[in-house]
Design a protein around this ligand. Structure first.
Ligand code: HEM
Length: 299
């Protein structure tokens, strides 16, 4: 972990910067309440943050963020200050706050402070050095706060980062290869179904009309299901989303084919009722899943 001395050196944060920040303390104090209000209006304007903040004590949070604002201008930036920043980072990681929102919030805080300086200092040079000091301390804050996220990421390593990334890549390639093999196998099976279809058509000409037509219809259904499956697999290979609806559709088609065959074989009534009920349930599941898929993108 970096020390405050190193952090100050890396950001070229001087004692003069510290004094300049301290000189802003009275102005910051006068604007603390406005800062808290604007910060909270910002946080509560983003739905993801509202969801995260719902379980928190709003007043306590407001005070914590307000106190942090004032600590920027304390004039003392030692290891104690560094610990304070590290604690903030850990607090955010603990509540599951995405680092993206911390970066975005810091951008708003930066605008707030730079505007404050612009509106209260008429001397151009004074404005410039104050701005620089503010930019440095905000960037140092962000650096330490995001360090907690990096540390959390590093903790997730199981054996070695290199071995893990090799294993992940190898597994990805293997899955891709399997998908490719699956598409080829589906293509092979489809050709066999086409042959079967031709065979059944021949049945019709040999005089077995009913059997021929129903079996050919069954094969067409299988063919349609194969096309759907292959289409889904190809989309998957190109990086598309896995579509569960296709699989339910495939089972429905297989059921319809089964019903056709049982009718042909004049199977027992119970079998036919059982198949019809299963088909009905599958139909309902298909309807519900497709409804859920329509709703999902709007969330
Ligand atoms: C640059 C931006 C931010 C700064 C400087 C900051 C600062 C702080 C500070 C000083 C604390 C108190 C830590 C402690 O002493 O335990 C804190 C806690 C917290 N902050 Fe932030 N914060 C920032 C952004 C955000 C954002 C965007 C959210 C969004 C929801 C957020 C949510 C929280 C929550 C929920 C806690 C309470 C954690 C707990 O209950 O222990 N903060 N933050």
């Amino acid at each position: 972990m970096i020390t405050m001395q190193e952090l100050r050196e890396h950001y070229r944060f001087t004692d003069e910067d510290a004094s300049l920040l301290q000189s802003l303390q009275p102005l910051a104090g006068q604007n603390q309440e406005r800062f808290e209000q604007e910060f909270y209006d910002y946080l509560y304007g983003i739905p993801e943050m509202v969801a995260l903040l719902n379980s928190s004590n709003r007043q306590r949070l407001r005070e914590m963020h307000g106190r942090w604002f004032m600590s920027l201008f304390s004039g003392s930036y030692d290891n104690h200050y560094l610990n304070h920043l590290t604690r903030i980072g850990h607090a955010h990681v603990r509540v599951g706050l995405n680092v993206h929102y911390v970066n975005a919030a810091m951008n708003q805080i930066r605008h707030f402070l730079l505007n404050l300086i612009d509106n209260n200092y008429s001397d151009r040079e004074q404005r410039r050095i104050l701005r620089e000091a503010v930019e440095k301390i905000l960037d140092m804050n962000l650096d330490i706060m995001s360090y907690s996220y990096r540390a959390e990421e590093l903790k997730k390593v199981f054996v070695s980062r290199k071995i893990e990334s090799f294993l992940i890549k190898a597994t990805e390639r293997f899955t891709y290869g399997l998908n490719l093999a699956l598409v080829l196998a589906l293509a092979g099976v489809s050709i066999s179904v086409v042959c079967l279809f031709v065979w059944d058509i021949a049945h019709i000409f040999r005089g077995d009309m009913e059997k021929g037509i129903l079996s050919a219809l069954g094969e067409l259904l299988i063919l349609w299901m194969m096309i759907e499956l292959m289409d889904n697999e190809i989309k998957n290979l190109k990086g598309g989303k896995f579509n569960i609806l296709v699989f339910i559709g495939v089972i429905i088609v297989a059921m319809i084919r089964e019903i056709l065959i049982t009718t042909l074989r004049h199977d027992a009534m119970q079998t036919q009722v059982f198949l019809a009920l299963t088909l009905l349930i599958l139909g309902i599941v298909y309807f519900l899943v497709s409804k859920a898929q329509q709703i999902q993108p709007k969330v």
